[in-house]
Design a protein around this ligand. Structure first.
Ligand code: AMP
Length: 312
């Protein structure tokens, strides 16, 4: 019996050199692994942009950076059930695969990896990854098990796609820190590239969850950015005491009816533990409920000479 030859992965065929770019959508782990292995064999620099879809400018900025540095570029879309708590928005999380597919193709992505839940987590699936010490505070306190789900899916994606570079947003600063630790602990080959937060014109960090906001909530949601900006100004005036800086931040949130602070902390960038006064490298992070929608934002605070610099 004659075997039907498998098509050559598109980045290895002439088509990737053509002007007419076409993206291949892959739904199975086996085929994605095959494509990734061949790319690695040919010493290509595979870039991975992991997402949960409902793509926006934040995701696109990651893809653009990946395109600048890698070929082929793989974007993944997988709404990972393991990182949602039982009372969270897994069921209603926005899903728009066709629209996302078109946008990724326009950006020149080579492969979209969009597996089903069963493909990623067959019934026999039993393992998980826990990055001790970094996963329980901040987001982890309100969302127990969240980072176990994130680390598990990211390790699995790295195994399947074998990226040399993987692109993440600083929007999820704790997630970035946890993934960097996992990469170090397990001697993974992927290098983590951290991209800045994409914001709306009024400062609101762009998020797939912003679609849940009513017009009034959308306006109120800028309080997160404004609170960090107020803190930034206070740092500029020379304040180093984190309790006082957090008070300035909380004051802005309190003034906005309809926004309820979940947490606000200033932590060491490495340990993610709260610090009493600013040090070399730290982060101000906060989460707040705007109506029923939970939003997060953050700002790194870096020592530069005699002063501190806050990046928004
Ligand atoms: P998500 O689809 O929410 O899991 O996000 C996928 C990736 O996009 C993560 O690395 C996020 O940190 C990143 N991301 C989400 N929103 C933004 C944003 N506003 N700016 C930069 N990166 C973002």
């Amino acid at each position: 019996m004659r075997r039907i030859p498998r098509p050559l992965p598109r980045h290895l065929s002439n088509s990737c050199l053509d002007d007419q770019h076409s993206m291949e959508t892959i739904h199975t782990v086996a085929w994605m692994k095959q494509v990734a292995s061949e790319a690695r064999l040919r010493e290509r620099i595979t870039g991975l942009v992991p997402t949960m879809g409902a793509l926006h400018e934040g995701h696109f900025s990651l893809v653009r950076e990946a395109k600048r540095r890698c070929s082929p570029v793989v974007a993944s879309i997988f709404v990972n059930p393991k990182q949602f708590g039982p009372s969270e928005d897994f069921q209603r999380y926005p899903r728009q695969l066709e629209k996302d597919r078109a946008a990724l193709e326009d950006l020149g992505v080579d492969y979209l990896f969009a597996p089903s839940t069963e493909e990623m987590y067959p019934k026999c699936f039993r393992s998980s990854v826990v990055v001790e010490g970094l996963s329980d505070g901040l987001e982890g306190r309100t969302r127990p098990g969240h980072f176990r789900g994130v680390a598990t899916v990211v390790l699995k994606l790295f195994q399947i796609v074998q990226p040399r570079l993987a692109f993440f947003g600083r929007k999820d600063a704790q997630q970035v820190r946890i993934i960097q630790q996992m990469v170090r602990d397990f001697s993974l080959d992927a290098e983590i590239v951290v991209c800045p937060i994409a914001r709306e014109a009024d400062g609101l960090a762009i998020s797939s969850r912003n679609v849940y906001l009513s017009a009034a909530e959308r306006k109120a949601a800028t309080a997160l950015y404004r609170s960090l900006d107020a803190m930034r100004k206070e740092v500029g005036r020379g304040e180093r005491n984190t309790a006082r800086l957090l008070e300035v931040l909380r004051e802005v949130i309190r003034a906005e009816a309809g926004v309820r602070l979940d947490y606000a902390e200033i932590v060491d960038a490495d340990t993610l533990e709260a610090v009493p006064s600013l040090r070399k490298s730290c982060y101000a992070l906060l989460a707040a409920f705007v109506g029923g929608t939970r939003l997060i934002d953050n700002a790194p605070i870096e020592e530069e000479g005699q002063s501190f610099n806050v990046t928004l």
